[in-house]
Each structure stands twice: as structure tokens, then as C-alpha cells.
Design a protein around this ligand. Structure first.
Ligand SMILES: [Zn+2]
Length: 356
């Protein structure tokens, strides 16, 4: 059967999550949450019995399941895809059929259906596709307290650097200790810096999504002396405005999920193992600006994969990121095999087992 075009946005706008749940007959087994906008109940995807693992936000048409057998969430299209064990395209066609929407094959570019029988009524105002919410100006959890001079006219933007650190030592033993090959060191432009504010540190160039150099992360090679932090960022650098490696990752095949990790080394190690669609939010809390950047670089059908450190901060961070991202795209959490694990310490086999 030739692949029939269907507009995901139109399908999502025409049918609410509530209607999808009703279609499956699940509404009865779920209970409303306090604010009236949520439903929770046993998860129909992994068929669990626990009464509160599966949560739905009706106004946002989104869901997620906390249980370790799912650990994922998304919109109602993603839900049908999970339930029917099919891709988002097939899920959209199923919804179209179930609700008699008549959207299949309808598009400006493919005007096959000219039978003059529009079955779908115009979506009501409240069911319009959700506009991408812009940066709403609320302070992010990752707000930089050390910023002294905030340029008023460009809040949240990092200005591209007018210089580049030179004479970096690229054969430092720390690279071997972290398991990075000379090719990876060269690809990411790493080096040991002997002079200036980053002196004594391994510097990691940070580019904005357009590929412009906007700062350097400085990692102390090994355990730093007590008074020094492990990582140093330039004065005034807004970490929450950038996603590390986004410039490279977005050039990769969009059919693969965008893997989001916490640290620079996680990115570099995964990249070295062949996972090139990988980015870091430079910490465990996702800022609103980073959320936008991740969505821009993601493809709806392949979604986002969160692979944070398996520790308290990582678990809290990924849970929050999951809840926020799941309103807008398919997102999956990949918990790591043991407490304290972080992606850059996983072997190639372990990574493939988790990500393939
Ligand atoms: Zn589940």
C-alpha cells in the first residue's frame, strides 16, 4: 500500500486525548486529579495494575507513564502508536478512521481527494494545534547566579566569541583517562589550556545552534583542589541558553531520536561510539530555552530520549524534563543499569543494549 499522506497536526487538533481514551474504554478505570485537568490510572500500555503510574493532562493532550517498563510519554498520537504497536503515521491513519475525520490523503501538496465531502468539521478553538510556546521569561532552574552584567536588550543570549583559544595541548593524559580517542579530541576541539582564565583546565568549545563559538567549558583534569570547581564556565555565560553539540547533532539523520544527556563527556563518549544524534543540557535541569532548542532539532516520529545520570539529581531532572517535553513530543527515558552510572562510563555493548 502506498504511504498515504496525513497531517499529524490536523489529526491531533481534531481529536482530544479524552476521545481517544473513550475510544479504548479506558476513561472509566481512571480517576480525576485534584485540579480537574488530569486523569490517572493503571497504565494500559504496559498493562500495569498500579493506580497512579499513568498520568494524563487533558488540556495539553499529553500523557506519561512513570513505570520502569514504560518510562515514556507524549501526545495522543504517540499513545495510539504505543497501544497499537505501530509508528506515528499509522497511528494517525487509525485515528482518522476511528473518528471518521477524512483527513487521510488531504494536503496542499497531494490534492487526490476532491470528492467534495469534507467529513471533518473545523476544529474548535480550544482544539487548535498547540502553538509552540516561546520562552516565557520565567527564570529557569539553571539561571546563572554568578552573572554580573546582564545585557538588558538580549536576555538569555550568548554573544559569539571574537577570539578562539590557541596553543591548546591535545595530547593530555586526561583524554586517555576519560577514554577519548585523538579523533574525538580533534572533532570537539578539546585541549589543555595553560594560560588565561581557563589555565590548568581542559577546555571544551561550546557552539550555539548555528555553529558559532559562544564559550568554553573548563574541566579540571581529575579531582580539583578543594577550593576549585570541577567545571568552570566563562563569566556571564548563559548555560541555560545553549544545548551542547546541537549544531552537529541536528545535521544528523532525523529518523533517529535525539539523545539528551547531562554532560560534555557523555556527549563526546556517545559520539565516539557512533551515536551522533546526542546533545547535552550541561546539567540536569532543562531550561525553557533549551526545551525549545531540543524541539526544533527533533523529528516528531523519532522523538527525544533522555539519558541522564542515575543519581538523585539526574532522576529529578529527567522526570521534570519528561513531564515538560511529553506535552509536545514523544519522549522516552532510558534509566541506566546501576546506581551512580553515567552515560560516558557505559561500554559500547551496554549503550547498544539501551539505545538500539
Ligand atoms: Zn506504562
Amino acid at each position: 500500500m502506498p504511504k498515504q499522506f496525513i497531517d499529524f497536526g490536523a489529526v491531533k487538533a481534531a481529536v482530544s486525548f479524552q476521545q481517544v481514551l473513550d475510544h479504548y474504554g479506558f476513561t472509566a478505570q481512571m480517576r480525576s486529579t485534584r485540579n480537574g485537568d488530569g486523569l490517572e490510572g493503571p497504565c494500559p500500555i504496559h498493562e500495569g495494575t498500579s493506580q497512579d503510574t499513568f498520568k494524563v493532562t487533558l488540556s495539553k493532550n499529553c500523557w506519561f507513564c512513570h513505570n520502569s517498563s514504560c518510562k515514556c510519554g507524549g501526545n495522543h498520537l504517540d499513545f495510539v502508536a504505543k497501544m497499537e504497536n505501530c509508528n506515528a503515521h499509522e497511528a494517525a491513519l487509525k485515528i482518522d478512521e476511528w473518528f471518521n475525520l477524512g483527513l487521510a490523503g488531504k494536503a496542499d501538496s497531494s490534492p487526490q481527494r476532491r470528492d467534495g465531502a469534507p467529513k471533518s468539521s473545523a476544529p474548535s478553538a480550544q482544539q487548535q494545534p498547540m502553538p509552540r510556546q516561546g520562552f516565557n521569561g520565567t527564570s529557569s532552574p539553571a539561571a546563572e547566579s554568578k552573572v554580573v552584567e546582564e545585557p538588558q536588550e538580549e536576555p538569555g543570549e550568548n554573544v559569539p566569541l571574537s577570539f578562539k583559544l590557541e596553543n591548546l595541548k591535545t595530547d593530555h593524559t586526561y583524554f586517555t583517562e576519560r577514554g577519548l580517542t585523538p579523533e574525538t579530541v580533534a572533532e570537539f576541539g578539546l585541549g589543555f589550556c595553560a594560560k588565561g582564565t581557563m589555565s590548568g583546565r581542559i577546555v571544551i568549545p561550546i557552539h550555539n545552534k548555528g555553529g558559532e563559538l559562544v564559550g568554553y567549558g573548563g574541566r579540571w583534569p581529575g579531582q580539583p583542589p578543594e577550593e576549585r570547581p570541577k567545571y568552570k564556565l566563562p563569566m556571564g555565560f548563559k548555560k541555560s541558553a545553549e544545548v551542547f553539540n546541537l549544531d552537529r547533532a541536528q545535521m544528523e539523520e532525523k529518523g533517529l531520536p535525539l539523545i539528551v544527556v547531562e554532560g560534555f563527556f557523555d556527549v563526546m563518549k556517545l559520539w565516539q561510539q557512533g551515536f551522533h544524534r546526542v546533545v547535552s543540557i550541561m546539567g540536569s535541569s532543562l531550561s525553557p530555552k533549551q526545551e525549545e532548542l531540543l524541539l526544533e532539532a527533533s523529528a516528531e516520529r523519532s522523538g527525544i530520549l533522555l539519558m541522564f545520570d542515575e543519581d538523585e539529581a539526574g532522576r529529578i531532572g529527567r522526570e521534570k524534563a519528561l513531564v515538560r517535553l511529553a506535552r509536545r513530543i514523544f519522549v522516552r527515558v532510558v534509566p541506566l543499569p546501576q546506581e551512580g552510572a553515567q552515560p560516558d562510563h557505559l561500554t559500547e555493548n551496554e549503550l547498544h543494549a539501551l539505545l538500539d
